[in-house]
Design a protein around this ligand. Structure first.
Ligand code: FES
Ligand code: FES
Length: 153
């Protein structure tokens, strides 16, 4: 079985094929940007992008995503190391506090802006409301998304 992760085709050995995508990403591939939170699809800490959609990798089976394009936060920056506009906006707005939820927040924001480059307040709210932040960084997240949306996304 192969997965296409961050534009690389990777072989997944049989013993990992029954794990969740989150576990395979973190523990087999060493991509630890997506975090383990609730493990049941409710917090959003594990959010990645699969075929353009923000998806919760803790409840995605590896076998269901073999033909899909998987992007984790490690694959967001350009190949020359330049940050994605959303990552830059996150820095400019000093969004993170503890940081635990932030990869999921950023991946959700990227999926939103890919689909809707100029989202209004309601669209931002709808896309982001289920990605939980215990530190309450929600206002800065909204501002950073608006900032990223003003630039070339
Ligand atoms: Fe996946 Fe919470 S860890 S949604
Ligand atoms: Fe701490 Fe979101 S920054 S949980």
């Amino acid at each position: 079985m192969k997965l296409m992760v961050n534009d690389n085709a990777v072989d997944i050995p049989e013993q990992w094929q029954k794990e969740s995508l989150l576990i395979v990403l973190r523990e087999y591939l060493g991509l630890t940007g997506a975090k383990i939170g609730c493990g049941i699809g409710q917090c959003g800490a594990c959010t990645i992008i699969i075929d353009g959609q923000a998806r919760r990798s803790c409840i995605a089976d590896v076998s269901d995503v073999t033909d899909m394009k998987i992007t984790t936060i490690e694959g967001l920056a350009a190949r020359n190391g330049g940050l994605h506009p959303v990552q830059q906006a996150w820095i400019d707005e000093a969004v993170p506090q503890c940081g635990y939820c932030q990869a999921g927040q950023i991946m959700s924001a990227v999926a939103l802006l890919d689909a809707h480059p100029r989202p209004d307040e309601d669209a931002i709210k709808e896309a982001m409301e289920d990605v939980l932040c215990r530190c309450g960084t929600y206002r800065r997240i909204r501002t950073a998304i608006e900032r990223a949306a003003e630039g070339p996304v």
